[in-house]
Design a protein around this ligand. Structure first.
Ligand SMILES: Cc1cc2nc3c(=O)[nH]c(=O)nc-3n(C[C@H](O)[C@H](O)[C@H](O)COP(=O)(O)O)c2cc1C
Length: 209
């Protein structure tokens, strides 16, 4: 049975463009995989633990090969349980709005929690090795303005949303990635509607494959 993990990171609910696109992908995927499971991880409603002193100390203790205290172990087990949802998935779908040229801090919190050695990647003298190999990634991204080539806000210079998420997926081993980008969602109702429509159509097509 195939599993889709849908990570949602906009708090805009029904008005969210990234969620509308990712939702269309998930619906098409469900139709294509009727026996499949869909796990929804909404970073705004999920009770994400802080990556605080215990988790941090556990990380460094683990790197040094030292035993963990009870509190550190609890913090480590909590983030491991979240990371397991990524291991259990065949497809990792991430819906993300652009916030200040990057991703919402709650999505970054999730990434900071789970990006751990021997949980999502291995690390030795040869470098990093992602542990989520063989999975498919799908990014459903929304931005208020445009980042086309030659624009004052070119992707090359201003985009820390798509580039960051693609880099992170690659880091954890996911290299087969489809990206759907909806731009100009803040440039009036017509531009917003057009961006949604185009994004949703592409998502339906990709999800049905
Ligand atoms: C806190 C915040 C910061 C934003 N920063 C940017 C930005 O840096 N660049 C941009 O193009 N749009 C920016 N926007 C606009 C959103 O990216 C845009 O409204 C997008 O459609 C949001 O996705 P959503 O509808 O899925 O929430 C920002 C919106 C918010 C709420």
């Amino acid at each position: 049975m195939a599993n889709l993990l849908y990570v949602s990171s906009s708090p805009r609910g029904d008005r969210s463009v990234s969620q509308a696109i990712a939702g269309a992908y998930a619906d098409a995927w469900r139709t294509r995989n009727p026996a499949g499971g869909v796990d929804i991880l909404d970073v705004w409603t999920e009770d994400l633990p802080e990556f605080g002193p215990d988790a941090l100390a556990a990380k460094y203790a683990g790197l040094a090969g030292e035993p963990l205290s009870a509190g550190q172990q609890r913090a480590w087990d909590a983030l491991k349980a979240i990371a397991k949802r990524f291991h259990d998935a065949d497809v990792v779908l991430i819906a993300a709005p652009m916030w200040n040229f990057g991703v919402p801090y709650k999505l970054k919190q999730l990434i900071d929690l789970i990006s751990q050695k021997d949980i999502l990647f291995r690390f030795d003298e040869n470098g990093f090795d992602g542990m989520l190999k063989g999975k498919k990634g799908v990014l459903a991204l929304a931005r208020g303005i445009s980042y086309g080539p030659g624009e004052a806000t070119s992707e090359e210079e201003f985009d820390f949303q798509k580039s960051y998420l693609l880099m992170w997926l690659k880091f954890v081993g996911i290299t087969d990635v489809e990206t759907i980008v909806a731009e100009k969602t803040l440039l009036g109702p017509e531009a917003d509607a057009a961006a949604r429509e185009t994004g949703i159509a592409k998502a339906r097509e990709l999800g049905a494959r």
